[in-house]
Design a protein around this ligand. Structure first.
Ligand code: ADP
Ligand code: MG
Ligand code: ZN
Length: 729
């Protein structure tokens, strides 16, 4: 009972302060942990919502929460966002004047400030520490905590002094948050902060709304312009390897009429700041940048991230693509790939010490595998981070949307596993390929491997084929990489079972990026979400948002984010209360920015004679229509149906009824992402055929039909929805 109550109050707080109705992923458990005063370590991918994990407890707890964040340039931005919600957050860094600092100190000591953003270098100053000891500090949150570790990709020496400073303030709970932490980095962070006892919350790294695609780097400029034309007016980032390339592409885009600016470390600092702000404020659509751009940029509505050149590592690629679609809406990740780029990157490394060069080479090889592999991109990325993605077809990557040709790989997998076994699980990929294909070299001879029964058994296929097969057996969990010796492959449980009793397995051929012709069809049609909202009104709301943002000198998304505007363009709120109930709005924002939005919607509704939420109340309760919109949005975002039901606190049955109502009233819902996981194609066809040939869509009758006896009621209902969506609507 108490638990349920507590849950409700947390949700109420969430709605009241931030306007959101539900927590995402681990947010709620993390927040509870922090509220209990425990040290907490949060690992969550970019865009998952780390900030809220400390912002909400900061508001609930007595006193002042300190947030350590590495980039001074972006602190103002985060504080602006909080202020827009009516939260008293401030920042302390070297850009403040003396009098501003004096005032800030006073407000902190008086207990007026709830969140204080601090740069780590400021914490070394005696005078700051001194006044903070006088303030009632509730906890310290360390954002981008991977900066602590030398093994991470963003090491900052000042971060290593944080613990000493916290100790000076007296002991208090510490929350560390980061989006990347390989196990090594994770241990490093905990040691340095002396929080080995912390509760660790690791979230899945799957970014469901991102679409991944790799294209051959041919006629790249043409392809790029074509893509950008199809996405005109949207925000995006284009990453290039060199400053020179950045300048060149930015210019190309300008000549072609796009609003784009360059960004790299060679530009004057004020030009850099101007270009970055232009992007955040929606005056500029596209930033063409080296990887110097991006960390800490939390612009939620970046709609695409393009890698014009091949990135140096999969980790970097994941981070950079992660900047797309943080608001949960569309995010397209496109990479142009060529062997030539890889060779260039290899050359960069040639003067490095041996070990470093070897490490860099391994990272590049992973990149190569990723790009050329026929396996689901998502599965590969998650595999790289040690996570198994079990869904067969993710529906949102080029390899799943346009599957490569498949072949029966049972025999090939068997040969690979035998090769590993017969060489006693002591060798890496290249050696195994030589053994299978019968390619004699000095290693083969020195180990006498040419005498093994497996030697040359796969001579009728080339080395690339065998490399591809081995990589697929790795991702499908038949083999694994040895932890202690780099590159060595071992057989997993699943592989041993397979050798005892081989089950048929399908493999696919790699992409071939070497040939010159144009035969590699580039799937340039990214599946677009069908829009469930009023596009015209949405555009008008966006324009208004931009205008207000300009007046208030704030980035537009600080006012309202895209998902909120989409909801407004679906529900047409015309009163303050209705507006406040829109997800992501809340009363604070209604008071601050609501009026002109309400006016616009009222005019629009009148002109177009639209039935508004207020009119609908007469027919059904507001709650009901809200739940429908929620469902439509969640389904658009491919959220698991169980999750949707749970977050609304209704049963699966009731959810199905709601969905049926939605469909019967004429809205198309695409549930393929869910159905495909539950029923294979044949079974789907079987039910589909039934409805095609049946006189009625009556459920009772379907259940009685003898051709349907293998199916559950749920399955039949889901297929009926699919049928209705495809045929009736
Ligand atoms: P991270 O720091 O993990 O990269 P952010 O904290 O910047 O992510 O959050 C990313 C986006 O998600 C922001 O636009 C934020 O408003 C939104 N967000 C966070 N929590 C929720 C929630 N519970 N419901 C809806 N949107 C949320
Ligand atoms: Mg963040
Ligand atoms: Zn996929």
């Amino acid at each position: 009972m108490i638990v349920a109550e507590e849950k409700d109050t947390l949700r109420e707080k969430l709605k009241e302060l931030f306007g959101y109705t539900t927590f995402r992923g681990n947010q709620e458990v993390v927040i509870k942990n922090i509220l209990e005063g425990k040290n907490t370590f949060v690992i969550m991918p970019t865009g998952a919502g780390k900030s809220l994990c400390y912002q909400l407890p900061a508001m609930i707890k007595d006193g002042l929460a300190i947030v350590i964040s590495p980039l001074i340039a972006l602190m103002k931005n985060q504080v602006d966002q909080l202020n827009a919600y009516g939260i008293n957050a401030r920042f302390l860094n070297s850009t403040l004047s003396k009098s501003e600092i004096t005032r800030l100190k006073k407000d902190c000591i008086n207990g007026e400030v709830k969140l204080l953003y601090v740069a780590p270098e400021s914490l070394n100053k005696e005078e700051y520490i001194e006044f903070l000891t006088k303030a009632n500090v509730s906890f310290v949150a360390i954002d981008e905590a991977h900066c602590i570790s030398e093994w991470g990709h963003d090491f900052r020496p000042e971060y290593r002094k944080i613990k000493t400073m916290i100790a000076q303030l007296g002991n208090m709970p510490v929350i560390a948050l980061t989006a990347t932490a390989t196990p090594k980095v994770q241990i490093d962070i905990q040691k340095n902060l002396q929080m080995e006892n912390a509760d660790i919350f690791v979230s899945s790294f799957n970014r469901k709304n991102l679409y991944y695609e790799v294209r051959p780097k041919k006629e790249t400029k043409k392809q790029l312009i074509k893509f950008l034309k199809e996405h005109k007016g949207k925000s995006g980032i284009i990453y290039c390897l060199s400053r020179k390339k950045v300048e060149e592409i930015a210019q190309l885009l300008n000549v072609n009429g796009f609003s784009a600016v360059p960004y790299h470390a060679g530009l004057d600092p004020d030009v850099r700041v101007k270009n970055q702000d232009g992007f955040l404020n929606e005056e500029i659509d596209i930033v063409v940048a080296t990887i110097a751009f991006g960390m800490g940029i939390d612009k939620p509505d970046v709609r695409f991230v393009i890698h014009y050149d091949v990135p140096k590592s999969l980790e970097g690629y994941y981070q950079e693509t992660g900047r797309a679609g943080r608001d949960g809406l569309e995010g397209i990740c496109l990479m142009f790939y060529s062997h030539n780029d890889l060779s260039k990157l290899e050359k960069f490394n040639k003067d490095k010490p041996v070990q470093e060069r070897e490490n860099a080479r391994i990272l590049l090889q992973e990149m190569e595998y990723y790009a050329e592999s026929p396996i689901c991109r998502r599965k590969q990325l998650l595999h790289y981070f040690g996570e198994e993605f079990k869904v067969e077809n993710c529906g949102a990557c080029d390899n799943c949307v346009h599957p490569r040709e498949r072949f029966d790989g049972t025999e090939s997998v068997k040969l690979v596993l035998e090769a590993v076994q017969q060489t006693n699980e002591r060798f890496g990929l290249n050696h195994l390929v030589n053994v299978i294909s019968g390619t004699e070299d000095e290693y083969i001879k020195s180990y006498g491997h040419e005498k093994l029964p497996i030697y040359g058994k796969g001579a009728d296929e080339n080395a690339d084929f065998w490399k591809s097969v081995i990589r697929q057996t790795l991702i499908y969990q038949y083999l694994e990489k040895d932890i202690d010796s780099i590159g060595v492959l071992k057989i997993k449980e699943k592989g041993i079972k397979f050798l005892k009793k081989p089950e048929p397995i399908e493999l696919a051929r790699d992409h071939d990026y070497t040939s010159d012709g144009d035969e590699e069809e580039s799937p340039d049609r990214v599946p677009l979400n069908s829009k469930a909202y009023d596009v015209k009104l949405f555009e008008m709301l966006k324009a208004l948002r931009k205008q207000i943002a300009k007046e208030k000198k704030l980035p537009p998304y600080v006012i309202f984010q895209d998902p909120s505007l989409e909801e407004m363009a679906t529900t047409y709120p015309t009163s303050k209360e209705e507006l406040a109930s829109v997800n992501g709005v809340g009363m604070g924002k209604v008071q601050k920015f609501g009026k002109s939005f309400l006016d616009l919607i009222k005019d629009y509704v009148e002109e177009n004679e639209i039935e508004t939420a207020a009119d609908v109340v007469v027919k059904s309760s507001v709650n009901k229509s809200k739940i429908k919109i929620f469902i439509i949005q969640q389904v658009d975002r491919k959220v698991d149906l169980e999750e949707i039901a749970e977050s609304k606190g209704i049963s699966f049955e009731d959810l199905l009824s709601e969905i049926e109502n939605i469909c019967y009233s004429g809205t198309k819902l695409n549930l393929d992402y869910y159905i495909d996981e539950m029923l294979d194609e044949d079974k789907q066809d079987q039910i589909f055929d039934y409805f095609l040939n049946s006189e009625t869509d009556n459920l009772e009758e379907a259940l009685q039909d003898e051709t349907m006896e293998d199916f559950s009621e749920e399955e039949i209902r889901l297929m009926r929805i699919k049928f209705l969506s495809e045929y009736a609507n």
